[in-house]
Design a protein around this ligand. Sequence first.
Ligand SMILES: Cc1cc2nc3c(=O)[nH]c(=O)nc-3n(C[C@H](O)[C@H](O)[C@H](O)COP(=O)(O)OP(=O)(O)OC[C@H]3O[C@@H](n4cnc5c(N)ncnc54)[C@H](O)[C@@H]3O)c2cc1C
Length: 407
Amino acid sequence: MRIVVIGAGAAGCICAIELKRSLGAAARVDVFEAGDRTLAKVARTGGGRCNLTNTFEDTGDPAQVYPRGGRLMGRLFHTFSPEDTRQWFTREGIALKVEEDGRVFPVSDDAMQVVGTLRRLLREEDIPVRTRCKVLAIRPEADGFLLTIAGAAPERADAVVVTTGGSPVAGTLAALLPPDVETIPPVPSLFALNIPDKGLRALSGTTVPDTVLALSGTKIKAEGALLITFKGLSGPAALRLSSHAARILAERQYRAELRVNWLGRENVEEALAALKARSGDRLVRNAHPETIPGRLWAFLADRAGIPQELRWKDAGAKNTARLAETLRADTYPVDGKSPNGEEFVTCGGVSLAAVDPNTLEARCCPGLYFAGEVLDIDAVTGGFNLQAAWTTGVRVARSLAQKHKGD
Ligand SMILES: Cc1cc2nc3c(=O)[nH]c(=O)nc-3n(C[C@H](O)[C@H](O)[C@H](O)COP(=O)(O)OP(=O)(O)OC[C@H]3O[C@@H](n4cnc5c(N)ncnc54)[C@H](O)[C@@H]3O)c2cc1C
């Protein structure tokens, strides 16, 4: 029995290791990697610190963090949960720490510790990894699969696990897979929003801890801290919105209207009444809620048409209502997107309808499995994308082991 895992990223490596541990001598497991080394992306994750999972403590429903694949992930966590992931890496010698927001990192703050550990386990399990081995096509045959490889002779396999990650170029994945496997064209997720408002951009570097963003004309909303940049808006709330709205924004060519609630979940009227009560003699533009920095407040007061010399004690119902409206639903046109530093994630890939949700085996092609970002699963930032790679990688290993133990 020969199983070929295509792609030596997070999903491919954990899958190969778990497969070999379950099947032992009953199977030969090979990993084919197009690049010149394994786990190149993991080495760059979390700004080199590797945010390898999340406690999920603030996440009731996985759909909150997985705009695509939330239901499936909830189901697959019964096989390999975030807690299982933490135990797995701890057992392999990586001490982990949890940051305040639930993100999990190695205590060493070094992604290379995760890379080094997975590479050591591949060696210990005697799993041959062929680098510079790009698979061009997977074709089912009567008794397995034929793999076409760039610049090398074709290879045969009894089962194939595809863990080739997100492919930003449309058509690449469809060319690799048997034609019957349904794929969804890729579009980027997790990006900053370009806002061509000069006044807002002049506030670059300002952060607001609790905001709610909404995309006009949709039900899409995202909460969290917001960062004003020299191109528009970034930070957790903007990235989350970009993830939930990835497809719709792509369809609209990244032109949309954004509504910002600068006070997040706080009651705007109550916040303004409290300000008025304690700052009666001060100018409205100088006395602001704690969470809104002074320069931004003055900008918002201008947008609300508050007279320069107006004092809180003289602010009547009309001025207060305009201010409340600006704080609650401040609208900006979005025109384009910017990368979120180095981190990029694509949504799209193998349609979840094309795989059996219990095994991740292609419905139309027995023996062909998928794990990781190649599936149409992606998440907001916070360790959830790597968690999807670990969970789906282990799920495929267990599915194959259950099917082939004793072969
Ligand atoms: C800069 C950056 C930082 C990130 N930080 C985080 C983070 O901190 N936390 C988090 O949860 N997520 C993070 N992500 C997302 C996360 O890294 C990915 O979701 C995850 O690595 C996907 O794992 P994968 O195994 O599915 O794919 P990949 O890691 O992309 O691996 C796929 C592998 O397949 C190989 N391959 C592709 N095509 C072929 C082919 N035809 N033949 C052979 N091999 C092939 C590729 O060369 C690659 O090595 C980050 C992403 C980036 C880009």
